[in-house]
Design a protein around this ligand. Structure first.
Ligand code: ADP
Length: 376
C-alpha cells in the first residue's frame, strides 16, 4: 500500500483516534488522563486537544519539521527496509513530552504502508495484556508502546523474547507444574517512546536497533511548525507574530500549536480577527506565558531553588517537595527545559541555579552563590 501524502492509511488514522481515546469516550486511556488545570504551556496534551493534534500531525517524514539528524537516520532505515522487503529494526524514541515521538511512530507506519497498533506502558500491567496484543499482530505491523518505561516487569520480560525471536512463551498452570508453551508471532516493528530512557533496563534498551534522541526545537523550527499549523487552521499569521509565539513555546511543537489557537481566539474576540506581533504578545501576556515560555511549574521550580535554597545545590526530591510535585514531574517536565535554557544546572551535589536564573526572576544572588557548586 502506498499512502498519499495527505492521508494516513485508514488503519493508522483509526489507531490514532484510539490513542486519543476518542473512540471510547476517552475512558480506557486513563493512563493519559491529565490534570485539566495544568498550565497553557504544559507540554502534556489535554484530552480535548488530541483531536486537533491528530489533524495537525505531519503525516510523512518529509513534512516533519526539525530533528534533521533523526529524520535522516529514519529515512535511511525505512527505505532500506522497504527495498529489502523486511521489517525494520525496533526503534526507541526518547525525549521530553510534546516533541513528536507519537507523530514519528505514526509516520513510520505510514511510510511503511503498515498497520499500526498503539498501546502504552501503564496499560500493560500483566504479561497477558501484552500477549493478547502480540499474538494478534499481522506481519509487518508497527506496534507503538508509549511510556514504555512504565511497563510492568513480567510484560517487559515477555517483550524481550518477542523482540528478539518473534516468539512468546505462554505460561500454563502455576507452581512446579507450570509449563511454557511457545507461540510464534508475526515479525513486527516495535516503536517505543519514553521520556526517561535512563529508566529502561539495559536488556530492553539493547534490543532496539535504533534510538532517536529528540531535542527541543529552536525558534526558527517552531516558526515553521506554526506556519504549517496556521495554514491548516486557516489562521492568517504574519511572520513577526509567528516569531513571537515560537519564542514563547518552550521549544515544544505541542505548546506552539496550543498557543497559536489561544492567540487566534484572542484575535477573534478582542481584535476583530487582526493578528499582529503586538496582539500575539498581549494575548500571551494575558495567558501568563512569560517571555521565555516558562510555565508555572518551571517558575515554581526556579523560584523555590532561588528563594528557599539560595540557588542550591539542592537534591531533586527536596526541590520537588518544595513545589508540591512528584520528583519525576520535576525531572522529566521542568528540568530538561530549564537546563536547555541555561537557567539550571545538574551537578553531583544537586540542582544549582545559574546567574541567568537570578536575572530571569529579577532577584539578586547572594555573594557566594557561584562558589564551588557549579564546578564541583
Ligand atoms: P510526543 O509523543 O513526543 O508527546 P506528539 O507526537 O504527540 O509528541 O506531538 C505533539 C504535537 O506536536 C502533534 O500533534 C504535532 O501536531 C506537533 N508536532 C510534533 N512534532 C512536530 C514536527 N516535527 N513538525 C510539526 N508538528 C509537530
Amino acid at each position: 500500500m502506498n499512502p498519499t501524502p495527505e492521508e494516513f492509511p485508514a488503519h493508522v488514522e483509526h489507531a490514532a483516534l484510539e490513542h486519543a481515546g476518542l473512540e471510547n469516550g476517552g475512558l480506557e486511556f486513563d493512563a493519559y488522563a491529565v490534570d485539566l488545570e495544568r498550565d497553557l504551556v504544559s507540554p502534556e496534551a489535554e484530552i480535548d486537544e488530541r483531536q486537533i493534534e491528530a489533524a495537525l500531525r505531519p503525516r510523512r517524514l518529509a513534512e516533519f519539521i526539525g530533528q534533521a539528524r533523526v529524520r535522516e537516520q529514519l529515512s535511511l532505515m525505512l527505505e532500506s527496509a522497504l527495498r529489502r522487503q523486511r521489517t525494520p529494526d525496533h526503534m526507541l524514541m526518547s525525549g521530553p513530552p510534546g516533541l513528536g515521538k507519537t507523530t514519528l511512530a505514526m509516520i513510520i507506519a505510514g511510510e511503511l504502508g503498515a498497520p499500526l497498533r498503539i498501546t502504552s506502558g501503564p496499560a500493560l500491567e500483566r504479561a497477558g495484556d501484552l500477549a493478547a496484543i502480540l499474538s494478534t499482530l499481522s506481519e509487518g505491523e508497527v506496534l507503538f508502546i508509549d511510556e514504555i518505561h512504565r511497563m510492568a516487569r513480567p510484560a517487559e520480560e515477555m517483550l524481550y523474547l518477542a523482540m528478539e525471536d518473534f516468539r512468546v512463551d505462554i505460561i500454563v498452570g502455576k507452581g512446579p507444574g507450570a509449563t511454557a508453551i511457545p507461540l510464534d508471532i508475526a515479525p513486527f516493528t516495535l516503536v517505543g517512546a519514553t521520556t526517561r530512557a535512563g529508566l529502561l533496563p539495559a536488556p530492553l534498551r539493547d534490543r532496539f536497533g535504533f534510538t532517536a534522541h529528540m531535542d527541543f526545537y529552536d525558534v526558527a523550527e517552531l516558526e515553521r511548525v506554526l506556519k504549517r499549523s496556521a495554514r491548516l487552521l486557516r489562521v492568517p499569521l504574519p511572520e513577526d507574530a509567528a516569531h513571537e509565539i515560537a519564542r514563547r513555546s518552550r521549544g515544544t511543537p505541542r505548546i506552539a500549536n496550543r498557543l497559536l489557537r489561544r492567540v487566534r481566539d484572542f484575535s477573534e474576540v478582542r481584535a476583530g480577527g487582526e493578528l499582529t506581533r503586538e496582539i500575539a504578545s498581549t494575548a500571551l501576556d494575558l495567558y501568563e506565558v512569560d517571555g521565555e515560555g516558562l510555565d508555572r511549574l518551571d517558575r515554581a521550580v526556579l523560584g523555590a531553588l532561588l528563594r528557599k535554597f539560595g540557588g542550591g545545590p539542592v537534591g531533586l526530591s527536596t526541590l520537588a517537595v518544595a513545589v508540591g510535585e512528584e520528583s519525576e514531574t520535576v525531572e522529566v517536565v521542568a528540568e530538561p527545559f530549564l537546563v536547555r535554557q541555561g537557567l539550571l544546572a545538574r551537578t553531583p551535589r544537586g540542582r544549582v541555579a545559574t546567574a541567568l536564573a537570578w536575572a530571569h526572576l529579577g532577584l539578586t544572588p547572594p555573594p557566594d552563590a557561584f562558589g564551588a557548586a557549579l564546578f564541583d
